[in-house]
Design a protein. Structure first.
Lengths: 459, 483
């Protein structure tokens, strides 16, 4: 176990006492309860769970003064994203900040604290006929703050966009314990810089998000998911082309390889005829529009040679199962490697096909899911057991990354064992813009106490 | 600050034909769409490549000369005003559409490309560029990026930032960087998102990767006439409450209607309290039912008339009145000053009452055009700019209008930006800590503050005041002439 900052036992005792004075004793955990917050082979000295923004601020101010590294923690579903942490002294749990502060259905906005889980949020918004149209993985555990910090998203981003399109205000606490807000409660706003864009996706390296104002949509009256089976990715892709060019309005277009299709069939639902690639397409809206779009899609799929067709699917369960598959948790993180390949739509097929057949990555254990309309491919493969296997994989990934970047795409690691990330950078070379990002980090966190090391160049 | 040697160097960079120095020639560049405030740059240059922009900026940075970018000059908050003099970098010659990729729904354009040109280039194949500010026939994409421009369709389709995927930027020290690109979710911080709406204070954009949208299959436009703005406003809340998201919802009050009828004769009733223009778009299926639902809601709120456009010609006529509303003010007033506050939609009746009260107290007429879809209020303060006393009253009244918007939880600007016009009002909506966080961003990009200085942020020392004094506009020690 790698040590955190060098603290003597008496330092730790002092720290614990100071934190108890801020949040109260039940909300300060140390070993052994803190040990479940193991991350990147580190265990924090203490896990603290503040109940108010003021308490968050006081904790951060304290940590800042002592130059202790703080890692904000929501549902813990995506803590593996990014380069291994340089230091981790205090884990700051946000789950007690879990209220919806305001929900104005007539305004289509809601102001929400960061610690609420997505499932609870959607449930409460749903009781007034609305939702926040972001469908990230593991919604029962993932919190709003975590979703924003990681810019997590799901298949329905095709129609609705991602968090950056759906957050109009934010409240944060800075590394030194000062809190600030940006944006507002109205969707059309050019009053000062769009700080929401900066904080979203910043992986907790610039500030701790404690609340946000969200843009909502009405819950659609009807939601349907259809599954079309194809023998090859080429055929499935050919079915999707007329769909992408049309004026139809699918909310998701996902293509999964036979391994994933089989898993979904076994565990959730799906056509029980044969193996093959699965094209999953979602529609929502008023009934006549959804019905007509499904009919038209069926025609497109038939023309491309589909071998299976099913419309009676529980879309919530299916999407959740699919997304969970690409988000290994706990010890699974040491056994799988999950990559995100990003390119433009027209280059998804060659990459998908290429990955499936690849000498190094391909094979029975490879799971693939492609967001066809967004040019994103997720690959989940077993982590090699031997040194030679790992080296071959790294070589191959280096090649792929170079090929992608030459065409303005990229390859990032979504999840991998720490030892792999120590040798193969999660993010790749960001080019000259990295200097500006470093300058921002220096401005916002000069003492490098917020989630240090997650991004790049030790950012 | 600009020596003959430096002027010569600039001429070398862009070519002698791309420099404007003579005072009489610079007059055009002394203001943008906010004609009330003027400031003359020392020189105006017209680069024709990214490298030239970078060379100009590097020179300016080295010599500590302030610089400001300018696009179509249509901005309404003084964003292209050279408040500290220096070099004005006009981007109008960087005006090419470099790439159109319909399959991937992307285009790459230079900042001087006029907004409408993009849609015109792809409309034939059934695509368009969604953000459509009313000035789209003249405003440029670079300006749109700087101001995060909107338009009437933002309720459903968002604003400029939702359609910008990548940028090429010349940083305030002359370095060139690329952010984002044609793919999605690039690693690192979202510098592209941060640049949009930064009003030219973080760098100069020299290339833009935009998202193209597929045209919708069907569109349906309705007009509803109400006895009062309260009724119209409640009808809008009801439509949204029933789960309908129109592509656009526009509202005009009686004074605005009077002006429009005097100008266009679109058939608007001048004795109505307010008119709603609602546009649905999307798939054909179910659209008629949705329109019927909206009609019913309107009548439930005492609509005296509901008209559904039967064809394209009728639709255009209904929209003509709304689109010409600002220009129509000329029929009933020599001049107008438009505000850009945003308020929660449900607070509109209350804010309108306050505006009526402000109008009465300052003895000026105020017409209201409202993007009811997103809460963007455009109060049009009518006056005669030749009369200095009226100008004073208008500026004071507009201050109070802005304050009213801030007090109901709204915002200072929906689409025009803060610029120089509203910078002293920032403390109405942000604390010192809020502004300090934003200043960290500026510090990371533009530490010497040479890139479009004097915009967005209040003058130091003013932060703690609530609302600025209206009588004096001396900016950073430089007297800004007020027409």
């Amino acid at each position: 176990m790698l040590p955190a900052t060098t603290l003597t036992m008496s330092d730790v005792a002092t720290l614990i006492d100071a934190l108890i004075a801020i949040v109260g004793q039940p909300f300060v955990r140390t070993t052994p309860q803190a040990d479940i917050y193991r991350l990147d082979e580190r265990v924090p000295w203490v896990v603290v769970s503040p109940g108010t923004v003021e308490e968050v601020a006081a904790v951060l101010a304290l940590a800042h003064g002592a130059e202790l590294a703080v890692v904000p923690w929501g549902g813990g579903t995506t803590m593996g994203l990014g380069q291994p942490l340089e230091r981790m002294d205090i884990v700051l749990c946000l789950h007690r900040l879990n209220h919806i502060l305001e929900h104005e259905p007539a305004e289509l906005t809601a102001t929400v604290q960061a610690g609420i889980t997505i499932a609870v949020l959607q449930n409460q918004l749903g009781s007034r006929g609305q939702w926040w149209p972001v469908d990230p993985p593991l919604p029962e555990s993932a919190t709003l703050g975590g979703v924003l910090a990681t810019n997590a998203s799901g298949p329905k981003r095709l129609l609705y966009g991602t968090a950056r399109d759906l957050v109009i205000g934010v409240q944060v606490v800075h590394a030194d314990g000062v809190s600030s807000k940006a944006g507002g409660k109205v969707a059309k706003n050019v009053t000062g810089y769009d700080m929401m864009k900066l904080y979203i996706g910043s992986l907790g390296t610039l500030a701790v998000i404690v609340g946000a104002t969200l843009k909502l949509r009405p819950l659609p009256p009807v939601q349907q998911l259809v599954w079309a089976g194809f023998p090859t990715p080429v055929a499935a892709w050919q079915a999707a082309q007329p769909l992408l060019r049309s004026q139809l309005l699918p909310n998701a277009i996902e293509l999964v390889n036979p391994t994933v299709a089989a898993f979904l069939q076994r565990n959730v639902a799906g056509p029980d005829s044969g193996q093959g690639w699965g094209l999953l397409v979602g529609f929502d809206g008023v009934e006549p529009a959804v019905a007509r779009q499904i009919r038209e899609l069926q025609g497109m799929c038939q023309a491309a040679g589909m071998t299976a067709w099913w419309t009676d699917l529980d879309d919530g369960r299916l999407w959740r199962a699919l997304q969970a598959r690409f988000r290994p948790q706990g010890t699974e993180r040491d056994e799988r490697l999950v990559l995100r390949v990003a390119t433009v739509r027209t280059e998804v097929l060659p990459w998908l096909d290429g990955l499936a057949r690849d000498e190094v990555c391909g094979g029975e254990g490879l799971e693939l899911a492609a967001r066809l309309g967004n040019g994103l491919i997720f690959a989940n493969l077993p982590y090699p057991h031997d040194r030679a296997g790992t080296e071959r994989l790294m070589e191959r990934m280096t090649e792929m990354r170079a090929q992608l970047m030459a065409r303005r795409g990229y390859l990032v690691i979504e999840s991998a064992p720490v030892s792999f990330k120590a040798q193969f950078d999660s993010w790749g070379d960001l080019g000259p813009q990295a200097e500006v990002m470093s300058a921002l980090k220096r401005e916002f966190d000069p003492r490098r106490v917020l989630t240090p090391g997650r991004l790049f160049n030790g950012l | 600050m600009l020596t003959p040697a430096l002027i010569d160097a600039l001429r070398q960079i862009v070519g002698p034909g791309n420099v404007i120095e003579a005072p009489e020639d610079k007059l055009v560049y002394e203001c943008d769409g906010l004609t009330m405030f003027k400031a003359v740059p020392d020189i105006v240059v017209f680069p024709t490549s990214t490298q030239q922009v970078a060379d100009i900026v590097r020179l300016a940075h080295r010599e500590r000369i302030p610089f400001v970018a300018r696009g179509g000059g249509t901005g309404l908050s003084g964003g292209a005003l050279a408040v500290e003099g220096g070099i004005m970098i006009a981007l109008t010659k960087l005006n090419k559409i470099l790439e159109i990729d319909l399959e991937n729904q992307r285009a790459v354009v230079q900042p001087g490309v006029v907004n409408l040109w993009i849609t015109q280039a792809v409309a034939g194949q059934g695509y368009y560029y969604a953000p459509d500010p009313s000035s789209q026939q003249a405003c440029t994409i670079g300006g749109n990026v700087a101001e995060n421009s909107g338009g009437p369709h933002t309720l459903k389709y968002g604003v400029t930032t939702n359609h910008i995927l990548g940028l090429e930027i010349v940083l305030p020290d002359g370095r060139i960087i690329e952010t984002g690109g044609p793919a999605e979710d690039y690693p690192g911080y979202d510098l592209t998102g941060l640049m949009v709406g930064s009003e030219g204070t973080l760098g100069i954009v020299t290339k833009v990767v935009v998202r193209l949208m597929r045209k919708t299959e069907a569109v349906k436009t309705l007009m509803a006439v109400f006895e009062s703005m309260d009724d119209a406003s409640n009808a809008v809340s009801d439509v949204i409450g029933q789960g309908i998201i129109p592509a656009a919802i526009e509202m005009m009050d009686q004074l605005a209607l009077e002006a429009v009828e005097a100008y266009i004769h679109a058939g608007y009733p001048t004795d109505a309290g307010g008119v709603l223009l609602i546009e649905l778009d999307g798939l054909r299926d179910g659209m008629d039912e949705m329109a019927a639902q909206i009609s019913e809601i309107a009548r439930k709120h005492n609509a005296r008339e509901v008209r559904v456009a039967q064809d394209e010609r009728e639709r255009e006529l209904l929209w003509l009145g709304r689109k010409r509303a600002f220009g129509a003010m000329g029929r009933i007033s020599p001049s107008y000053y438009v505000q850009d506050g945003v308020i929660p939609r449900t607070r509109l009746p209350e804010v309108l009452r306050r505006i009526r009260d402000i109008a009465a107290r300052y003895r000026i007429r105020i017409a209201n055009v409202f993007h009811a879809g997103d809460g963007n209020l455009h109060p049009l303060l009518l006056f005669d700019e030749r009369d200095a006393e009226q100008r004073e009253r208008v500026l004071k009244a507009s201050e109070e209008v802005l304050r009213a918007c801030a007090e109901v939880g709204g915002s200072l600007s929906g689409e025009h930006g803060i610029g120089i016009e509203k910078r002293e009002d920032m403390p109405l909506v942000f604390t010192e800590a809020d502004l300090a966080a934003m200043l960290k961003v500026r510090q990371a990009f533009n530490p010497e503050n040479l890139c479009n200085p004097g915009k967005i942020f209040p003058t130091p020392g003013r932060c703690i005041e609530v609302g600025p004094p209206v009588t004096e506009k001396v900016v950073d020690g430089v007297r800004i002439e007020r027409f």
